[in-house]
Design a protein around this ligand. Structure first.
Ligand SMILES: [Zn+2]
Length: 75
């Protein structure tokens, strides 16, 4: 009687659980990727609040190549 596999007794999960990004709790498919509507709402408010906003970076000083060059300097 050696039909039982040895080593892995746990069934293979096609969809591994992912932790809720808000509270790290196991997410539910209904509120994926969050664990509850509350966490989903929290995440939404974070976006609206600017917590996840991309930090504004000052654009590099582009040389005015498209416009007329200032050739006339102070004399
Ligand atoms: Zn959560």
């Amino acid at each position: 009687m050696s039909s039982e596999p040895t080593g892995s007794a746990e069934p293979i999960r096609l969809r591994p659980r992912r932790a809720c990004p808000i509270c790290q709790a196991p997410s539910k498919q209904k509120y994926h990727p969050f664990c509850s509507a509350r966490c989903a709402d929290v995440d939404l408010h974070r976006w609206l609040g600017g917590a996840y906003a991309i930090p504004a970076e000052d654009p590099p000083d582009f040389e005015e190549t498209t416009g007329p060059l200032e050739t006339e300097g102070p004399q």
